[in-house]
Ligand binder design. Structure first.
Ligand code: SF4
Length: 277
């Protein structure tokens, strides 16, 4: 029988999307899966438990049988990231995530109301899959997801509370050209920062290319200017397990203007909607 798979990422958006999928299909019909990369904040264990209570069912944890964490992927593959994607996503998310997928399964993702272009791109790159994004269908923003979780008494994951835009792995290589992100990593996770700075030097590769006197210049992490982050992370990094590309859809991409195909998720709120609406 085809399954309904909620791709729970330990982010606020995927938590709310999972809850909506259970409302749409019924709690017993939805299977919830989380990909453990071995490199996310340990507070995720607490967040999963809190969400399990909210969902009223277990979150299944998937993990690579080949790599224990992102560092092992980067160090063995001798590769951090390129415009085509990051090897950690494929090895730690895509491979274990695909293992439980079969043709005909429906997958629920936590793309938010402003991420229609990501959904379009994902569907285009994965024509064989049935992909739903209930937050887009219902116009729910990420901020609203934060509010919903808080109203349900669920404390947000630590990474958000430290000021990161996303609850990604600590030292996410897709945070390219984002000095504020890396300054925040340096401030809160100095060991991770130093390890990545060393790895960059070993590989002769820089994650950040910053504008110096108007010229885009490669900057190693150990050259990052001193000081705390002054603003939010410069980029918002979405790392769904199907989403290996790190580059956002450029504004002149014809896909950027396409309307987001909707699912049959109702747009109007019927009486049975969960209490947080
Ligand atoms: S969140 Fe970042 S570090 Fe983690 S798997 Fe995705 S791209 Fe790699």
């Amino acid at each position: 029988m085809p399954k309904i798979i909620a791709r729970f990422s330990c982010g606020a958006a995927s938590a709310v999307a999972t809850k909506l999928a259970m409302w749409k299909y019924g709690k017993d019909e939805v299977e919830i899966y989380y990909n453990d990369t071995g490199s996310e904040h340990p507070d995720n264990v607490r967040f999963i438990k809190d969400c399990e209570e909210w969902f009223g069912k277990t979150v299944h944890v998937l993990a690579s049988t080949e790599f224990k964490d992102t560092w092992e992927v980067w160090e063995k593959r001798r590769f951090l990231v390129s415009p085509q994607g990051a090897p950690c996503t494929g090895a730690l998310k895509r491979v274990p995530g695909e293992a439980i997928w079969n043709v005909g399964d429906t997958e629920i993702f936590g793309f938010t109301a402003d991420e229609g272009h990501r959904l379009i791109r994902l569907r285009k790159d994965n024509c064989e899959k049935i992909i739903e994004a209930p937050l887009i269908d219902m116009g729910i923003t990420k901020q609203r997801c934060f509010e919903i979780l808080q109203s349900e008494g669920i404390v947000l994951p630590v990474m958000y509370r430290l000021g990161f835009r996303n609850n990604n792995c600590i030292a996410c290589v897709k945070a390219r050209d984002s000095p504020n992100y890396w300054k925040r990593i340096r401030k809160h996770f100095p060991d991770h920062f130093n390890r990545m700075a060393k790895l960059e030097r070993e590989l002769g590769f820089t994650i950040n290319r910053l504008s110096v006197n108007g010229v885009k210049t490669s900057v190693f992490l150990d050259e990052l200017p001193e000081g705390d982050p002054k603003e939010k992370d410069d980029v918002s990094v979405s790392c769904g397990f199907l989403c290996e590309a790190s580059t956002p859809v450029p504004m002149d991409d014809p896909l950027a203007d396409e309307p987001t195909p909707s699912t049959d998720m109702p747009h109007a709120a019927p009486a049975e909607l969960p209490s947080f609406f």
